[in-house]
Ligand binder design. Structure first.
Ligand code: GLN
Length: 192
């Protein structure tokens, strides 16, 4: 299996480390031709406006949309924003996933936090039982899911922080910043 990580801006290096640890061939994606022969793509956290702007400059918007129609894509944090259809403001989006997202919805950088999440789908897929320790850094929330998208996890007040639509996955938090590889394993099962 070969997985690409969008490497325009943000914490793509951490995703590459985890994928390699899981024994997967992992490559950086910066240009449309880098998408060839990939089984899936991870779009990292960072700054979604910057990622969208650079993706536009590098001619990646349409190739990424086409890729996502038939391949697995996982967006973490800024990557989830970029994957969404609606962010209530004008910035480049892939418009692939039926989720409405609100940026910086938990507050500013100083309001970053960590939480234990119950993710039934993840437990089922990986045959494990533990909660998932999630790191939120100036994170978005998923305001609503519609169409074929479904909720995978919420924080204790009910705000949605993970969703899935077929082979598309969105998380508000950063599994690449912990040692728990279960979300990466789950994504690989979608890319398979
Ligand atoms: N606040 C960033 C944005 O709106 C996302 C932060 C992150 O990826 N950790 O794009």
């Amino acid at each position: 299996m070969k997985i690409g990580v969008l490497a325009l801006q943000g914490d793509f290096a951490e995703h590459l480390v985890i994928l390699k640890r899981l024994g997967v061939e992992a490559v950086e994606v910066r240009l449309p031709e880098h998408l060839k022969s990939l089984d899936g793509l991870i779009m990292p956290g960072g700054e979604s406006t910057t990622i969208g702007k650079l993706a536009t400059d590098f001619g990646l918007i349409e190739p990424l949309r086409a890729f996502g129609k038939s391949h697995a894509i996982w967006g973490t944090c800024a990557g989830a924003i970029f994957l969404s259809r609606d962010v209530s403001r004008n910035q480049p989006l892939l418009n692939l996933m039926d989720i409405k997202v609100a940026r910086n919805a938990f507050g500013r950088q100083v309001d970053s936090f960590e939480a234990e999440l119950d993710v039934p789908e993840l437990k089922k897929a990986t045959g494990t039982d533990g909660l998932f320790h999630a790191v939120f850094i100036r994170a978005p929330i998923i305001e609503s899911v519609y169409g074929d998208a479904k909720i995978l996890a919420s924080v204790s007040d009910g705000r949605i922080v993970a969703a899935q639509q077929g082979h598309l996955l969105a998380t508000s938090f950063h599994p690449e910043l912990t040692n728990d590889t279960r979300f990466h394993e789950y994504f690989l099962s979608l890319a398979d």
